[in-house]
Design a protein around this ligand. Sequence first.
Ligand code: NAD
Length: 490
Amino acid sequence: MDNSCLHSDVHHSEWQSSNMCARSRNECECDHEVDAAANNPATVPEQNNGSATDLVVLGLGYVGLPLAAEAVSSGLRVTGFDVSDRVVDGLNQAISHVDDLSSDDVAMMLDQGFSATTDPACLATARTIVICVPTPLSAEGGPDLGAVTSAAKAIAAHLTPGTLVILESTTYPGTTDEVVRPLLEESGLVAGSDFHLAFSPERIDPGNPTFGVANTPKVVGGLTEACGEAAASFYGRFVETVVRARGTREAEMAKLLENTYRHVNIALVNEMAIFCQELGVDLWDSIAAAATKPFGFQAFYPGPGVGGHCIPIDPNYLSYKVKTLGYPFRFVELAQEINGRMPSYVMQRAQELLNESGLALSRSKVLLLGVTYKADIADQRESPARPVARKLAAKGATLTYHDPHVESWQVDGVDVPRSTDLEQALAEADLTILLTDHSDYRPKLLSEYARLLLDTRGVLRRSEPEETAIAAGVPTQERRRIQREGLQVL
Ligand SMILES: NC(=O)c1ccc[n+]([C@@H]2O[C@H](COP(=O)([O-])OP(=O)(O)OC[C@H]3O[C@@H](n4cnc5c(N)ncnc54)[C@H](O)[C@@H]3O)[C@@H](O)[C@H]2O)c1
């Protein structure tokens, strides 16, 4: 593989020019001044700073902390660096602030030598530095790389020859090379010849009981071949499968492709849910039927909108980059429009369900079940529950919520009262809207106690212990059918 274009010493200030280079890489004969060092893996020196730490993780949140935990358990000496005193003090007192790790897990990390600090001096003794800081949207809706640039500046101030620096934060293609690299090189060291630089997208799925850091394949793209090798060898110490992407841009794009794919497919079924309701077609049944195809189809399900830190945000990073080419990324814009309208559609369906029972939304008690963005975690970031609640409150509904993971919940600064007794709350509400499918929300319980129920997650379509129904000889269609008037799925 000819990587000479990737290894160009030319600093690509224009994404377009570097992208053109990437596109023509197979037959690339471009005349950029090629960095000889970058093509020679041997030229990145061994570290000579008496490294006290194998790894420093910058940013100890949902991504950084599980990474640090996995590295610690594989025997690496790990330090966590974060700008938040609250996060650092909490971790040093063995208090976890993320769903995927308990405080006992953090205590175990501390026992195995982990410590957290707000002092960037720890960066000077690290063999590998991994950046896991947030990449939110700016006020204008574009990328806000403030945390990434400040992390890169902190590293540059302490960078030593031979260090491997990896960016994991989700971002647009070109960030590692065009934004992070120049900042790191302010240290006087050159990427690819004095230190290694790579991008490796984080794929963590908070609350997923099956896939974690160790058994989710890790994509790695190096600035140079040697950078990629160094990063692959680092992750290979505690991740089962490492996948080499061609370069940093391809690795950056892989992550955005994954999330855009989900965003677009969720929008597809959301749009279908709206017209299937009018056509009298049971979309949930159609999805279940289509999902029996053993190839060429992946099931996605309708819902009240998209939430979390990835799906509603990451595609914006890509559409921002596409806009610099002078045209829009139409699939993303359409998906945003459709998914962004779902809270209004939920409100409309709620209103219709109440009307059918002769009730007005403005005089109704509405219980919201689940306010986090996904099941069985406490993370509320970008949860569609908030826009749904805002719209219902604006129409005069009296709201309460139930969520086993959220002790208090505010919408636009106003506290929404919490119900803790699920059965009582279901029985007292005129209408219950299920927004997050926490495992506490069993179909049988919901159908027994709720007066009216709008199930936006298809929980009612999940059979009660399947084995019981199968043993009783209940046909599949029967098991899936909603048993009562007043219960609807989206
Ligand atoms: N949460 C997810 O499910 C998920 C999944 C895949 C990818 N990602 C991506 O991973 C990145 C991190 O996300 P997260 O969910 O872990 O964020 P988070 O908000 O949970 O944690 C980020 C941490 O970084 C710290 N921080 C901010 N600026 C810093 C700096 N300059 N130096 C050191 N620490 C700093 C914050 O104090 C915070 O503790 C983002 O780019 C996100 O898009 C997140």
